[in-house]
Write a protein that binds this ligand. Structure first.
Ligand code: PEP
Length: 258
């Protein structure tokens, strides 16, 4: 039985004051929601603030990138060990914005994934196709290529230590969400691909959907059998929206009890 996860990706947003207000609204609202896991992936400069504010809560700390190298002469890099130092549990790797805006190849993403695993961080590995790729019938091939690059570098077993996020590029920050059926179809394909090599690992693999998830569409997406929660961008910056999405992950029953 997989536990749902809702992770906020703040991207390059926030400041000390707005972060504090957001966290102080989110933390007490999520405290009674025991049946799912929650995280916020904050920009590097705010790790200390978020670490301090999240202490004792049921919201885990994550961030949005990690250097593929362990340490040394890599100006501007932030290593996995540094993230661990700040109490990080999750790190997003291979987000489409990093693949496109920063030119990260499948191989670089795989090295970053390996660095995270080595330091016992949980990578949230983002995979997903562009609109042109979808319209050319390439969705499955693109996602398989992105996954295979990680498996080749780190082994299949390493997938047991990660979370996958299926994020169709055409749905990220566009307001255009994949339908629950579109998301389910790709999630099922990812799980089947892993199951072909290791059924148990596939059954336990948490696969998030990301791409314009909002309070209004979260419940329908999370009701799909292979959708195990969400990676939430824009909507994670508004406390009410994020809280409502987290509530959708635990389902109506627990909300009534809370
Ligand atoms: C994301 O940044 O991972 C994301 C899914 O963004 P948004 O929810 O804004 O589409």
């Amino acid at each position: 039985m997989r536990t749902k996860l809702v992770a906020g990706n703040w991207k390059m947003n926030g400041n000390l004051a707005s972060n504090q207000a957001l966290l102080e609204a989110v933390i007490p609202a999520l405290a009674p929601l025991k049946r799912a896991n929650y995280a916020v992936c904050v920009p590097f400069p705010y790790l200390a603030q978020a670490q301090h504010t999240l202490r004792g809560s049921n919201v885990a700390l994550g961030t949005q990138d990690v250097c593929q190298f362990d340490g040394g002469a890599y100006t501007g890099g932030v290593s996995a060990a540094m993230l661990v130092d700040f109490g990080c549990r999750y790190v997003i790797v291979g987000h489409s914005e990093r693949r496109s805006a920063f030119g990260e190849s499948d191989e670089v993403v795989a090295f970053k994934f390996a660095a995270a695993i080595k330091h016992r961080l949980t990578p949230i590995l983002c995979v997903g196709e562009t609109l042109a790729e979808r319209e050319s019938g390439l969705t499955e091939a693109v996602v398989a290529r992105q996954l295979d690059a990680v498996v080749k570098r780190c082994s299949l077993a390493a997938l047991g230590q990660c979370v996958i996020a299926y994020e169709p590029v055409w749905a990220i920050g566009t307001g255009r969400t994949a339908t629950p059926q579109q998301a389910q179809a790709v999630h099922a394909t990812i799980r089947a691909r892993v199951a072909a090599a290791d059924r148990r690992l596939a059954d336990e693999l948490v696969i998030l959907y990301g791409g314009s998830v909002k309070a209004a569409n979260a419940a329908q997406l999370f009701a799909m059998p292979d959708v195990d929660g969400g990676l939430i961008g824009g909507a994670s910056l508004a406390a009410d929206e994020f809280i409502a999405i987290c509530r959708a992950a635990v389902g109506a029953e627990e909300i009534v009890r809370a």
